[in-house]
Design a protein. Sequence first.
Length: 465
Amino acid sequence: MDTDVLVVGAGPTGLALGVDLARRGVAALVAERAEGLFPGSRGKGIQPRTMEVFDDLGMLDAIRAAGGPYPVGMVWQDGTRTGEHRMFDPAEESEDSPYTGPWMVPQWRTQEILGARLAELGGTVAFGRELVGLTQDADGVRAEFASGEPVTARYAVAADGGRSTVRRLLGIGMTGETVDPNPMLVADVRISGLDRDNWHIFPPRGDGDGFLAVCPLPGTEDFQLVAQFPDGTAPDASLEGVRKVVAARSHLAPEAVTEVRWASDFRPRAALADRFRSGRVFLAGDAAHVHSPAGGQGLNTSVQDAYNLGWKLGAVLTGGAPASLLDTYEEERRPIAADMLGLSTRVHRGQTRRGAATRQLGLGYRESSLTRETRTAPGALRAGDRAPDGTLDGVRLFDAFRGPHWTLVAVGTAAPDLPEQVRAVGGAQQAAYGKGLFLVRPDGYVGWAGETGDGLRRYLERAGL
């Protein structure tokens, strides 16, 4: 079988990349070794920047309908409510940032929505396809599977998780650390005796056991249970094991837990791949970086890897852009991943709160070789920054950005002639932008900014426009 892009792994990263490639008309196959999508809630927090990505990918309404805001934490002690705990610092909604706080959706449901969007766009997922071999040459990549025919592709992407087979076959190492030596159990359970308005927190009782937290999962009848265990112990993920933990650490009886629908144990760690690329193969998501779940950054950083890589693969494969454009993927995403790993670790260790940084709206690519700031006196918004939302001459900017195209925002300045792949929106004034020309990349970042159109065409040529 031949395709343009082989995506190994149908988690949030692989599915998001599949969606982005499909809407660009790129032939891609998403291959998944399991027989179906991941069944657990693990990555349940969708940060505001990822909400903006899902808006652009055409699935925001489904994500909003499937989830809800994070509930207020309720701290219990000996069967008594002793106080509230807010997981995230509050943020006010503004015109340039319409999504302020994280949105809770169980990971399995997010993947269902991504999968449905992929199918809607004509993309496919091949389940039961376990990768066992990978070779490449100057023209493409050849993948061998435990069953079924081989696949040849012009490029391949490893989106197959923290234990990535692709990364191992490429010989790419990971550098990291154990964030917390204490093992954790996470499980999706049905449980009675707790309201669904709060995230229920049961602190350690001082007898050597760790904490217990039980969070209602919106849009379901399930709760996500997280329990910490002392170093050297092995969490029991069976129904009886979960019942024992709940009875020992809360006021609930063992039989309050009626069902364990999915469970997993892990030790929180942080690790970063030494490289994000080897020839025609790219690493994305957990295959490239593994986070503690405490900061709610893993799934979000992973989806944004896919969002960065998708438009660049599309530009090279179908848009006439030079292959050198793909060099900017690792250049831009690896430093971001390193920063997010540090943030996740600090949140896990209680060294920082879940505040503005966890929302990922302030991340950008000012230092990228793909960024050009040509103004002599730029304002607060600079080339490389996330392009804010807002209204310009009656047009909502996120509406103008939505889709696989580039957008030129012209504020108080006439837009020059543009190739057909670039849409223009203009007006007299826009507070978040200031005066000037702002070329917004397909992934919503300002790639080029100038006072006039001088130099804009040279920039566009590099992107194949």
